[in-house]
Design a protein around this ligand. Sequence first.
Ligand code: ZN
Length: 435
Amino acid sequence: MGQHSSASASRLLGLDGFEVLAAEVAGGEWRLAVQTTAELVGCPGCGVRAQAHGRRTVQVRDLPIGGRPVVLCWRKRIWRCREPACGVRTWTEQVAAIRPRAVLTERARAEACRRVGKDAHAVAAVARDLGVGWATIMRAVGDHGRPLVDAPTRLEDVTALGLDETSFLKATRVAPTRYVTGLVDLEGGRLLDVVADRTRAAVHRWLDARSREWLAHIGTVALDPWRGYASALVVPLGHATVVVDHFHAIKLANAAVDQVRRRTQQAALGHRGRKRDPLYRIRKLLLTAAEQLTSRGRVRLRAGLAAGDPGGEVAAAWQGKELLRAVYAADDLVDARAALGRFYRWADGVGVPELSRLARTVRAWEAEVLAFHTTDGCSNGPTEAMNLLIKKIKRVGHGFRNFTNYRLRLLLHCGVRWQTHQTAKLRSCSPRLVA
Ligand SMILES: [Zn+2]
């Protein structure tokens, strides 16, 4: 392309108010000389028509074109006021598309935010692609992401609230594992917020910040009963039905099976489970839902128990776990009650301490366990799905140190709805070329 402004190139660049003067590929990158098209500019001080007073070139990186990185060489105009009585002498033009002293165009910054937020790409990878530093990308994520996260409409229309804890920082030699609590919209399947810590005070503070109308709209709350959450809900959400969902109940039952397995291993072998120990080899099969075991899995499970569980305590705990699962799998409340009776009788009869403790917990939360069958739409799906997403973000972030960044990235990934252009299928659209 030559040295004259090209209308096609300007349209292709598509940066409002700019035209392309020249384009060349240097070092594998497009270098586009651009300038603004505005000719009639008034002085910001007195409004008198300004006079052109030369140019100064700045470089910013823009979105790639045709897979090639793009550098805009913006011939920024300097204007001068001719009015002698005016205090303003000269000034440099400013545009919304490129902020003063920016190294990226605003649309490149918005795209960086979308990639890090929506697509969960690593900040470092996006920084490398755009040829800028980590901090530049993280600032763009903050500037473009915070308005999305802070939008008051984001929290609208929640009727079923889920509470769940997840680890934020794994324990180190000097500090214990730090946890956060995720608040999930169970119907819409989105993350509403993340609060530091898993205490009732943290949840209470969040609920306190909600309006009376918002709270009144919540009909169901699903939670992990083995945390102090329930008491945080009493006042603000006293009207809602509290449910112990499938996900959390089975998590606890699995923990009981695991404890019995480890105790039995330790008693028989005098050490913790090792690769070749029969119970250790079936540790995952023990936690698999019975109906999901393959025939080979069932054979291995039976063989492992026969070899490593002579007292039958692990098998008894496994049976207890399956009986508790049946409570959740029941068709209706009547069946669920009957299944719960079978679980209690089994747990009370076999005399395995871990199972007795599980039964005590379930008894304490019996109404909330059975409420699973009286509240429509309280599924464990969203919470589970959210946990997977949270793990994914954590992997990409290589272990977050900064809670504010962690929360922002989680909410951008699972808590906001992104407006994205729907690309039409090429075969179904007929192109109309303009010269
Ligand atoms: Zn002036």
